[in-house]
Every structure is written in structure tokens, then in C-alpha cells.
Design a binder for this molecule. Structure first.
Ligand code: SF4
Length: 687
């Protein structure tokens, strides 16, 4: 922390170092300027190597979000119908006493009837899963399978490499060929894009592989707009070409991988013509890409999670992760692949100390998959499912807007016999359904520790200001609830500083973070140049134990797998994020919503013409699950046969109370039990 006294009589400005809490691989260091106890400016920290002084447009407006006139300032109790959003203010004591008593009554019957629901509203170790996890473990509540975003790709990476590890992000600047695969980096991985631009200035070729012609695709040398859910077929055809045109690094394959003969056989079934038909690409472009992948050095892949939100997403990631092994791209600095770096933090994070699974004391509660919360809230008690869900405690998430198949999710949240508590900053779609809404602090108001999934720094977030209104950190809310429930284990009273210390182990010490604000993990320059993957034998595995060789799986909803459905709903829909929103966060920040304008569906001109649709028209997008109303944009970002419902709007701020998840379903991915948001067929007509 530093302060400077300006020459005028204005109070001095203090600068506090923090960390961006959002679900974004960049995990920026923030420099927060505070005057008279109020935040006056938020910037990227100029000294943090990954942030380089720049935050994205969204988080630059974080003060606007923190001081938003609709910020929740005190606990609320529902007085209207569920979903209506009518509440009365109550004191913290009143709210917590009642919540504790109602949870206690349910727990006396079966604590598994209580379900925590949380995700990455903050990525902080403390305000994410620390005291909350202790509370639910002590209670014996159901466990939550946190699958909604990244588990298919995460599991695929773990099967192949042994963990969520990849090349250091700064090394992309040294690449001479970068495949930006399923990533709109300009919108959702800005600081990687800085490295990619540096590489390009030095002569690198950038190839974007994405169904949508994104801002990023516009700025690459080439764009391959494949059909959604066909990435595995493309990866297999690239392998085919590497095999038949002598593009393999056989020495690397022999010494540092296992399962190559089976994968080789599989890839030989995928000549470019076959993949071209599946992907909707020209075979010659696949051949050319394979030639480049074999020839240009160093070569790298920046993979992101959008492409794994389909039935075969896990298989696709396994195949793409094999590509740098086939050519020995890992041998060079600037070669390899990055999907997630979070596995590098394993030796320095002490999740067990923070979350205390030992408080389960031998109990093994059932696991509820957050991606099927719609169905699960409506499920009766059964021997297979366990007790009906009687209480839901939601924090760091907005499931009514973001979980798939809204009609089921909303019906579940409207159950009169469901007791719902939501910790939030605003009255979101989910909070509108709560029995109690508890005001939570924002990142500017609490302590936290962050690791990253896009780089390898640990960051400290110091509070810059006192809590706004009566807001409390999540940790404190669960601490107070625990005390009321009679949980008297000493760890239930640990304060945030104690939690911060407990969150770290090994070479990263809290004292060093306090002193410096962030610390960089010491990684090898070329982490897998000589194998050394974090698998049991140090090899990358193409046929990991319990799994055969990866393959292409057609999407759940496609002409191949569901021809009758595809006749009725011939358009494949993906729902990538709108550039100025981050999941459903920031939708209520006026200045950002004004830039986005309105909920949009992007479509190809030919598809619009065939339906008599014109740019700017209000349209109805529908399938058997529901309908979504939004504005049509013919902006040449969509390929024929594919539409993009940009998300994720709050339902109540969208058109006619709908958002794109009216159309998505609850079927799961091949690995990781994750949702298939980009595996949806729809039809469109004028609204
Ligand atoms: S959302 Fe991402 S790019 Fe924006 S400030 Fe946060 S970490 Fe940085």
C-alpha cells in the first residue's frame, strides 16, 4: 500500500493492490486508488508482468458496479411470490437466526437435503470455497459437482497430461505459429492476445479455429469456421496428414507418450475429405494447416473452453492435446499448448487445510451436478437420488440465468417448499427466487488470495474500502451461520487472515504475498521438452487407464445423431459470451449494457433470407424446450447453418423475460459431466 499527498487541499489518494476476482484466465493485478474511503479509480497494475497496467473494459468499471445504486445493502426477506423479487429488509440477526433454525430442522431429517450451489462469481480461494466448504462439510450437506464451465476439458487434460498444465503464457510471444482454438481471446483472454500480437509482429502466423468469426478471427491470418462440435474430426485429420506426410517427431512419441499405435490407427481413418464433410471446411485448408503444423517452429495452441461444451468435448480436447506431442512442439520455448495452468498451483495450494473435508467425519454425502440443477430440483426422493432437495444456498453464482434449460431451472426455483438463500451483490434472476438474500462484499471490500488458470502467479487481494452498507464477506456470513448452528470447532472461527495463511503451502508464503502483492511460480523454461508430464510415468497418455483412444462423437443434437430433430430445427446454436459481459456478471452495469445494446442472435445472410428475416428484426428462436426473444444481427459473424445467441443476459433484463438458456438442454459431455451449451438445435422466425 502506498500513499501520495497531492499539493492541493484534497485528501490524499491511497493506492491498494488487489486482484481481479472474475472467471477469466488473465487474473489481473489491480491498482485501486482510494480517496476518503471511496474508490476513485481502478487500473491494471503497471508492475505486474501479465497485467501490464491494463484491465479489460468490464473490470475497469468495477467501481461503477461496487457503487451501483441497486447494490444490496442489507439482508432481505421475501414478501412476494418466488421470482417476483419483492422483499423486506431485515437485520442480520433476524435473517441468520431464521436461516440457521430452518437449516437445522432440515438437517435433523437429512443434511443431504441441503445443497450448496456456487461457482466462479469470485475465483478467490477465501470468498470462494473456504469457510463455506467448512460449513457444508460440517453440516453433512450434499456435495456439489462443479461442472458448469470447464470439467470436460479439465478431465481430458488430466487424462492426457496428468494435470491441468500447459506452456507458460508469455512464451506465446516466441511462437511462430499459433492456433487460437475455440477462443475469442480479444474478448476473454486479453493479455494472451498481447503476446500473440507480439508474436505476429515478429512474423508469426495466427490461425483462428472457431465456428464464429469473432473479433479475434478478424485479426488472425486465417480463420477456419468449422461446425460446432466437430473439433475432434479436425484434430484427427491433422494427425492423418502428419502421419502420411512424414510430419511426426517419432522420437518424441516413442520416448514421451503412450498409446500412439492406437491413436495412429484411429487417425488413419480420418483423411481430410472425411473431416471436411463433418466440419464443413475445405479439405485443402485442412491439409495446408497440417503442413504448417508440421513445418513451422515453434508452434503452439491456445485452446479455450468454448469448444468442449458439446457432447464430444472431452474427446476433442484429448485429441487436440495430443497434437503438440505428435510433432514434438513441446521441445521448444514457445511450443506446446495451453488450456489451463491451474494444475501448476497444486504444490502451493492447500485446499484441504482451507476447506476441511475431514469435517465430514467419515460421512459421504451424495454429489449433485450443478449442470442438472433444473432436473434435480424437481426430482422426488428416491433410493437412487436420495432425499428431495429442500434447501439451496447459492453464492458466487446465478443459476436461474446461467444453468441450462431455464424452464426446468425456473420451475425448480419456484417450488414453494424449497428454502432458498442467496448471497449476492444484486437482485439477480436467482436472488429474485430467494427466501433470504444476504448482501455480500465485492472484491474491493474483502481479503482474498488468487491463483490463476491462465498464468502462474499467486496474487493477494487486499480490501481497498470498508464494506458498502451492511454487506459482509462470504467467509463472515458462513462463520456467523456456523456459530448459530452450534458448530464450535475452532476452525469454524478462523478469521480471513488465518484462512489466507492456511490456503498456501510450500514455497509461497503469505508474508511474501503481503510484502509483494504477487509471486510467480518457478517453472521450467520448456516444461515438457523431455517428457516429464505429471502422469505416473511422465508420458502423455493417448489411451489412459480406463479409456480407449479418443474419437469424434457427433453432437447430441445434429443431423447425424438426431436426424428427425435436425429436420425440425435445422440451425445449430452456440452461445458465446457477449464481449462486455462475463458470464452473467456486469449485465446490470448500465454503461456496459449500453455498449451491448440488446440481446442478439447472429445469423448468416443466406439463412436469414430463407426465412424472410432482416437485420435488426426482433426474432423468436425456439425448440422443444422453449423460446428466446432477441434482435437479429446479420453481421457476417455466423457461418451458414449456425446461429450465435450471445450471452448471458439476465432474464429480467432481456426481451420478454427470456435468455438463451431457454433453449439449451441438460444432457452432458462425454467426460467431466459438463453441460453442452454449444450443442443445441433451434429454428428462428420473426417474433
Ligand atoms: S476479467 Fe480478465 S482481463 Fe478483465 S480485469 Fe479481470 S482478469 Fe483482467
Amino acid at each position: 500500500m502506498s500513499s501520495s499527498a497531492p499539493e492541493s487541499v484534497l485528501p490524499p489518494i491511497t493506492q491498494v493492490t488487489g486482484a481481479c476476482p472474475h472467471d477469466c484466465p488473465d487474473t489481473c493485478a489491480m491498482q485501486v486508488s482510494v480517496q476518503s474511503g471511496r474508490v476513485v479509480r481502478i487500473q491494471g497494475h503497471p508492475d505486474h508482468a501479465n497485467t501490464r497496467g491494463a484491465l479489460c473494459t468490464k473490470v475497469s468499471r468495477y467501481a461503477e458496479r461496487t457503487y451501483h445504486p441497486e447494490r444490496l445493502l442489507q439482508p432481505l426477506r421475501r414478501v412476494g411470490a418466488k421470482g417476483e423479487g419483492r422483499f423486506e429488509p431485515v437485520s442480520w440477526d433476524e435473517a441468520l437466526d431464521d436461516i440457521a433454525s430452518r437449516l437445522g430442522a432440515i438437517a435433523a431429517r437429512d443434511p443431504q437435503a441441503i445443497v450448496p450451489y456456487s461457482y466462479a462469481g469470485t475465483m478467490g480461494l477465501l470468498q470462494g470455497e473456504s469457510m463455506a466448504a467448512r460449513f457444508f462439510h460440517r453440516l453433512g450437506a450434499s456435495l456439489l459437482d462443479r461442472t458448469i464451465c470447464a470439467s470436460a476439458g479439465g478431465e481430458a487434460l488430466a487424462l492426457t497430461y496428468g494435470g491441468k498444465v500447459g506452456m507458460p503464457v508469455a512464451q506465446f510471444a516466441d511462437s511462430r505459429l499459433i492456433l487460437i482454438w475455440g477462443s475469442n481471446s480479444i474478448a476473454s483472454n486479453l493479455h494472451f492476445w498481447t503476446h500473440a500480437q507480439a508474436a505476429r509482429r515478429a512474423g508469426a502466423r495466427l490461425v483462428c479455429i472457431d465456428p464464429r468469426r469473432t473479433d479475434t478471427a478478424d485479426k488472425c491470418d486465417e480463420h477456419l469456421a468449422l461446425r460446432p462440435g466437430t473439433d475432434a474430426a479436425l484434430a484427427l485429420a491433422l494427425m492423418h496428414e502428419l502421419i502420411v506426410h512424414d510430419g511426426l517427431d517419432q522420437d518424441y512419441l516413442d520416448r514421451h507418450t503412450s498409446g500412439w499405435p492406437a491413436l495412429r490407427e484411429q487417425a488413419l481413418d480420418w483423411p481430410p475429405e472425411r473431416a471436411a464433410r463433418v466440419c464443413g471446411l475445405e479439405a485443402e485448408r485442412i491439409r495446408a494447416l497440417a503442413r504448417d503444423w508440421a513445418r513451422i517452429r515453434p508452434a503452439s495452441i491456445r485452446l479455450n473452453y468454448g469448444m468442449q461444451r458439446v457432447r464430444g468435448g472431452g474427446n476433442a480436447v484429448r485429441l487436440i492435446a495430443a497434437l503438440p506431442c505428435l510433432t514434438g512442439a513441446w521441445r521448444e520455448r514457445g511450443g506446446g499448448l495451453l488450456l489451463s495452468s491451474s494444475g501448476w498451483f497444486k504444490p502451493v495450494r492447500d485446499d484441504a487445510a482451507l476447506q476441511r473435508p475431514d469435517l465430514l467425519a467419515g460421512r459421504q454425502p451424495r454429489l449433485i451436478n450443478m449442470s442438472t440443477i433444473g432436473d434435480d430440483l424437481l426430482r422426488p426422493a428416491s433410493a437412487e437420488f436420495g432425499p428431495r432437495i429442500e434447501a439451496l444456498i447459492v453464492y458466487n453464482s446465478n443459476p436461474v440465468a446461467v444453468a441450462p434449460q431455464s424452464s426446468r431451472v425456473v420451475a425448480g426455483f419456484r417450488r414453494e417448499d424449497l428454502f432458498t438463500v442467496v448471497l449476492e451483490h444484486f437482485l439477480t434472476d436467482t436472488a429474485d427466487h430467494a427466501d433470504y438474500v444476504l448482501p455480500a462484499t465485492t472484491q474491493l471490500e474483502h481479503l482474498d488470495v488468487h491463483t490463476s488458470y491462465g498464468h502462474t502467479d499467486v496474487l493477494l487481494n487486499r480490501p481497498s474500502i470498508a464494506p458498502v452498507g451492511e454487506a459482509l464477506p462470504n467467509t463472515e456470513i458462513f462463520r456467523r451461520l456456523a456459530a448459530r448452528m452450534g458448530f464450535d470447532e475452532p476452525c469454524m472461527a478462523d478469521d480471513d487472515e488465518a484462512l489466507a495463511r492456511q490456503s498456501l503451502t510450500g514455497p509461497v508464503r503469505y508474508e511474501d504475498l503481503l510484502e509483494r502483492g504477487w509471486l510467480t511460480l518457478d517453472l521450467p523454461e520448456r516444461p515438457f521438452a523431455d517428457g516429464g508430464f505429471p502422469t505416473a510415468d511422465g508420458r502423455a497418455h493417448f489411451t489412459p487407464e480406463g479409456h480407449g483412444v479418443a474419437t469424434f462423437l457427433a453432437p447430441h443434437e445434429s443431423a447425424d445423431s438426431a436426424p428427425e430433430l435436425a429436420r425440425r430445427y435445422p440451425l445449430a446454436m452456440i452461445s458465446p459470451p457477449a464481449r462486455h459481459f462475463l458470464n452473467s456478471t456486469f449485465v446490470n452495469v448500465r454503461s456496459l449494457r449500453d455498449i451491448e445494446g440488446e440481446p442478439v442472435l447472429e445469423m448468416h445472410d443466406d439463412d436469414a433470407r430463407a426465412r424472410g428475416l432482416v437485420d435488426g428484426m426482433l426474432v423468436r428462436v425456439w425448440n422443444d424446450r422453449g423460446e428466446y426473444h432477441c434482435v437479429l444481427r446479420l453481421n457476417r459473424r455466423a457461418r451458414a447453418g449456425v446461429v450465435h445467441g450471445l450471452g448471458i443476459w439476465w432474464r429480467k433484463l432481456g426481451v420478454r423475460g427470456t435468455n438463451v438458456n431457454e433453449l439449451t438442454h441438460q444432457q452432458l459431455t462425454d467426460l467431466g459431466r459438463a453441460p453442452c451449451f454449444y450443442d443445441t438445435l433451434v429454428e428462428v422466425e420473426p417474433a
